[in-house]
Design a binder for this molecule. Sequence first.
Ligand SMILES: Nc1ncnc2c1ncn2[C@@H]1O[C@H](COP(=O)(O)OP(=O)(O)OP(=O)(O)O)[C@@H](O)[C@H]1O
Ligand SMILES: [Mg+2]
Length: 254
Amino acid sequence: MSRMVAIASGKGGVGKTFLSATLAHALVRRGRRCLVFDGDLGLANLDVQLGIAAAVDLAQVLHGRIDLAEAVIHHPSTGLDLVVGRSGSGLLAGLPPARVAALGGRLRELAAAYDLVLLDLAAGIEPPCRILARAADEVVVVTTDEPTALTDAYAFVKVVCDPARPVGVVVNFADDREGGRETYRALARACRRFLGLEPRLLGVVRRDPRVADAIRVQMPFLARHPRSVVAEDIERLAATLLEPAPIPPPGPSR
Ligand SMILES: Nc1ncnc2c1ncn2[C@@H]1O[C@H](COP(=O)(O)OP(=O)(O)OP(=O)(O)O)[C@@H](O)[C@H]1O
Ligand SMILES: [Mg+2]
């Protein structure tokens, strides 16, 4: 069965695009068919991180020139399929909600050909972002241990998530695993207490300067630094994502 997973955050720059591309690569290496959709509606950069010069992109889809299926490009070195955006076009950011919803619906149809579709969203809780997140089966919120990132991650969960849509958390830029788990516990406590939601910890990804190196040379991270701590963390993250989600405990009675 195909799964559509939105990779979201409240605060920008927490590593969504890097994680989407690298996690998807790890999933392909586990034999899954994966599509990554660049849903950053104003500042797309998935293609830049992977060093791709795409002949087709989402802008052409939104101009009605091609169908979404025709905007899918194959990235041979990772085995990923991608739909890339067009950075700075501003086109998507101004799209009316009904058209964003239609795009999400079309993406869902396309998802049938894959095991997993990862939607790399823009940061924040603007309407296009919420609409695309709601088109997904589950939401993964990326945060760091910075108070601003945590507060914004909580705001995202509050605005977008409900008990019907599982929420996973990835703590990125962690100094160590225990620190990352502590950050998760702080977010989970607030979600449990104020929203009656129990987000699942999908993984902790440690801080590593080799991430910047791979992006600088525009190479897939797992190919460039296969034995780094981040590669190890992302492999674990991929394994956890593929585990069946635990059955949520009954919510508090209100
Ligand atoms: N675990 C990590 N260790 C070190 N650097 C990292 C890590 N994860 C991401 N980065 C760096 O953080 C920067 C931001 O990453 P990325 O572009 O993926 O964030 P984003 O959440 O997609 O940002 P935006 O909100 O602008 O879309 C990148 O330059 C990347 O090199
Ligand atoms: Mg991004």
